[in-house]
Design a protein around this ligand. Sequence first.
Ligand SMILES: Nc1ncnc2c1ncn2[C@@H]1O[C@H](COP(=O)(O)OP(=O)(O)OP(=O)(O)O)[C@@H](O)[C@H]1O
Length: 353
Amino acid sequence: MIQLELRGVSKSYLRGRVPALRKVDLALPRGKFLAVLGPSGCGKSTLLRLVAGLEEPDRGEIFIAGRRVDGVPPARRNVAMVFQNYALYPHFTVYQNIALGLKLRGFPRQEIDRRVREVARLLGLEDLLERYPRELSGGQQQRTALARALVREPEVFLLDEPLSNLDAQIREETRSELKRLFRRLEATVLYVTHDQIEALTMADLVAVMESGEIRQLGPPEEVYHRPAHRFVARFVGLPRINFFKGHLEDGIFTSEEGDLRFPLEVSYQGPIEVGLRPEDLRPGKGEITLKGKVVLVEPLGPQKVLFLRTGSREIRALVPEDFPVSLGQELEFHGEPRNLHLFDPVTGKRLRT
Ligand SMILES: Nc1ncnc2c1ncn2[C@@H]1O[C@H](COP(=O)(O)OP(=O)(O)OP(=O)(O)O)[C@@H](O)[C@H]1O
C-alpha cells in the first residue's frame, strides 16, 4: 500500500523565477524509509515542506494514506517533522518537551504518560526525563527532538538533515539507532540529506535529485550499481566515478582525446559518455587500459585512492593500502567492458540496461 504519493508536483519561488521542483512523481509504500539525496539547492527541503504543508504546490497533487492533502493545513496532515535545527523548549524538561504535542492535542494525562515513557525507553532517554535541554549532550538533544516526533505516531515522518549538527561519532551511532528504530516501528519515513553515506546506509529507497527533478528512485544497491542518469553516477560513489567522453562507431569506442580505444558490444552509434568506478580499475593491462602518472595518493583506511594524470584528465583508482606506489610513477590500470556505465551525452540517461 502506498502511504505517500506525489503526482506531477511543481513548485517555484519568486513568482516563477526560481523553479524548485519540476513535475515530481513519487510513491512511497507504507513502512518504507525513503532518503531524498541531492546537492544543495536541488529542491529536497521544498519537497519535504510541501508534504508537511508548510508550502503549497503550484501544480500537482499530494496524497497521504490515500487522502488528498494539498490545501489541508499542516496540523491536520498527521505528519511529524524533525528539522536540522530542532528547537527544544529550554524551560521545559525532556519529559515536557516530548509531551507537549500530545498535551496541545488534548490527550488524557495517562495516555500522554504512557506514550512519553514508551518512546523515552525506545530512545534511551528514561534517565534524562527530568533534565533540561541545556543539561543534555547534542546527541541527547537530538534524540529528544526525535522522541517528540515519534510520540505522535504520525502517518509519515519527515526528517530534514536531522543529524547534520552532530559530531561524526554520535552521527554514526544515531544513524544506525534511527534505522533500527524506524524499522521496528514500521514507520514511513521521508528523510532529506545531502550525505550519500546516510542515504545509502539508512534507506530502503533512495531518490536522487538534481535541479528540482528526481533522476532515479530505487534501492541503494540499484542507485549505486545501475545509475539511471549520469548525474546519479557522479553524485553517488566515493571516490568519484571516472568519466570519458567519446564516440561509439561500429562497436568501437574512441575517446575525445583519441588516447582511448576499445571494443564495446552495443548497438548504439554516436556520441557517448562512459563511466568506470575507481574500484573497477585493476593494475596492469587489459581490454580497457589506462596509463597515467601518479599525481596524488589519498589514504582511505584499508584502501587508498590514486590520482593518475593521463593527457588532459585525471582518473581515480582504488587500491589496497599496501599497494606499492610513489608519486610521479607511471602506472597502467585496466577495466572491463561489463563494468562500464554508458550514458547518452545529451539527455544524460543510461543507455544500456
Ligand atoms: N522561500 C524561498 N524563496 C525563494 N527561493 C527559495 C525559497 N526557498 C527555496 N528557494 C530556492 O529553491 C531552490 C530549492 O531550495 P531547497 O531549499 O528546496 O533546496 P535543498 O535541496 O533543500 O538545499 P539545501 O540542501 O541547501 O537545504 C533553491 O534554488 C533555493 O534557492
